[in-house]
Write a protein of this length. Sequence first.
Length: 111
Amino acid sequence: MKTIVVLIVLSFLAIQGFSQKVYSCDSKYDADVKVFVADSKYDAHLVVYKCDSKYDATDNKGLWYFVDSKYDADKKIYFVDSKYDADLIIYFSTSKYDAEWRDSSKKQLMY
């Protein structure tokens, strides 16, 4: 019985450790990553889907949940006006199934 409880707790911690809870900062100096929103998914490094629940935003695959406090976030981002100022270019999708990395060389930015 103890083994089952330990396994359940470890799986929960593993899921929480790789979640994508994001906070949008007001200053680029407070942010971990500077982000530009592209008009086309073909111009993006990452296709992002905004989740309604923090429990849906798991792994590093473009499922983001925006939190209200920077202390609850896994990553703090700042939206820039130019793609040349950005560390990461994203495209917001309306479908959860479109969320994916299009350029895996930028993947480490969201770990």
